[in-house]
Write a protein that binds this ligand. Structure first.
Ligand SMILES: [Zn+2]
Ligand SMILES: [Zn+2]
Ligand SMILES: [Zn+2]
Length: 472
């Protein structure tokens, strides 16, 4: 048994050669630091804080971050279904770390078995992440969780972290793609109904007036007086002197229901438009966008339980390649592997010629948000447009590739770094212009990085260094 070292200032806990990042509400949050540690321990006393940190970690697109084991320390946050689903255990004091150390070790060992391949579409990236997450936790089941904080009433937390509350319905599409690809099999669980306008499932169902849709209405019994055959709403029979019923037609007092009168049906009266009617309409008002949906116009969504298949497990280890929604070859680009190989040759060449060559990276910083807002076909179009504008600023010998759907890499060979830098700045200006023209209601944030190739270092390492510039 080793002894625990706690560095409160840095938020680092060490035990038998393993170190942990400790995160709590009263210290600055820097998720990236977790990459250097075996796991992240989150102070679980505040549910909001715990949820926020867990979401930040699991929604990252860097495997060093999103797969990181998460342990909740103390408090009640671990009882929250969302937190429970996304974390790996709970301890009640730092002394209990040793009880979970072997489990954390196991997760980290399984993570090492996974190959990470970059998929282009957001859907494919999320599926890749999901497979890796399940595999590293030795889980095969993915079950929907009923939740009032989910906009669709059932949620899959690992998928939901990638979407804004209002976009959460997209996770059903992602799961359907994964099922069609044979990565999961599914079992029917339940059905929800979604607002036809915004796809929220937070609906208030009530009976409304067929004429004006108001829910401000009342219902009366219809009374049928046998002796005189008069039929009318009960209000015709009541009076303000006593609570007996008297017939407005024959002026007799009504005696016993079933004997001299009955109530064959009801009549509804709208207090808003003063119409009387026999049958209500049933409407569902959306609590998210206020749209009042006639129930027959709601969109049904079936909720399934999922199980990872052998193919899914295989895809988790070997990297998920693509989905039908994924981006086919974009004109003007080369495959990432080809790009790497060409960089290798270029490094070889400048070693002999002492020449100057560069690689340039363009990062769509908020790609997750952007792509989830615009959907996959608009995403393809956007990437195509970006490539076309970059292509127009380059010589034909320069290459463009996608490292992922958020990072474009460009080679700029045989020019000084300062010129490459200027071209990159020009490209960024053009791209930003293009994006600003296309997306009026939100901002697409771009970042670029230029690196002069160093012939003492490998192509892989230099590309990795560039990608690190983009880690947020
Ligand atoms: Zn709505
Ligand atoms: Zn009567
Ligand atoms: Zn009405």
């Amino acid at each position: 048994m080793g002894s625990i070292k706690i560095n409160n200032e840095k938020g680092i806990v060490e035990l038998s050669g393993m170190s942990y990042l400790y995160v709590s509400p009263n210290r600055p949050l820097n998720i990236d630091r977790g990459t250097n540690h075996a796991a992240v321990i989150i102070d679980g006393k505040t549910l909001e804080f715990t949820r926020m940190v867990v979401k930040r970690i699991r929604s990252s697109f860097h495997s060093d971050i999103y797969l990181k084991p998460i342990i909740i320390l103390n408090g009640n946050a671990h009882r929250d279904p969302f937190v429970r689903e996304l974390s790996d255990g709970v301890i009640y004091s730092f002394n209990q770390i040793e009880l979970i150390q072997s489990q954390i070790h196991l997760i980290n060992e399984r993570i090492k078995e996974i190959t990470f391949i970059n998929s282009l579409s957001l859907e494919a990236q999320i599926i890749t992440k999901l497979l890796a997450f399940l595999y590293s936790r030795e889980k095969r089941d993915l079950d929907p969780i009923p939740s009032v904080i989910s906009n669709t009433n059932y949620t899959f937390p690992f998928l939901a972290v990638h979407y804004d509350f209002k976009e959460e319905h997209n996770i059903f599409d992602v799961l359907e793609i994964a099922r069609q690809e044979g990565l999961f099999i599914s079992d029917f669980h339940d059905r929800v109904y979604l607002c036809s306008n915004c796809k929220s499932s937070h609906l208030s169902v009530r009976e409304v007036c067929p004429k004006c849709n108001s829910s401000n209405n009342e219902t009366f019994d219809i009374v049928h007086h046998f002796p005189c055959a008069y039929v009318g709403p009960i209000t015709d029979f009541t009076n303000e002197l006593d609570d007996h019923l008297n017939c407005p037609k024959c002026s007799k007092r009504l005696r016993h229901i079933g004997v001299d009168y009955d109530k064959p049906s009801v009549l509804h009266h709208c207090k808003n438009c003063l119409t009387s009617f026999q049958d209500y309409f049933v409407n569902a008002r959306c609590m998210s966008c206020s749209h009042d949906n006639p129930v027959e116009t709601l969109s049904p969504a079936d909720i399934f339980r999922y199980k990872l298949t052998k193919k899914g497990e295989y895809a988790a280890i070997n990297g998920f390649v693509s989905t039908p929604k994924d981006i086919e070859e974009i004109i003007g680009t080369v495959k990432y592997d080809t790009f790497k190989t060409m960089c290798k040759y270029e490094i070889e060449r400048i070693r002999q010629t002492e020449g100057n060559s560069n690689i340039v990276g363009v990062n769509i910083v908020n790609s997750g948000t952007v792509f989830s807002k615009i959907g996959s076909s608009a995403q393809k179009e956007l990437l195509r447009d970006l490539v076309a504008s970059i292509r127009a600023s380059l010589r034909s010998s320069d290459m463009i590739t996608f490292h992922s759907s958020s990072i474009i890499l460009i080679s700029m060979n045989e020019i000084p770094e300062r010129i490459a830098d200027r071209i990159a700045k020009d490209i960024m200006k053009i791209l930003q212009q293009l994006l600003d023209n296309n997306f009026k209601d939100f901002e697409v944030e771009l970042k670029s990085s230029v690196r002069k190739l160093n012939y003492h270092l490998s192509a892989e390492l230099q590309i990795d260094q560039m990608l690190n510039d983009f880690v947020v």
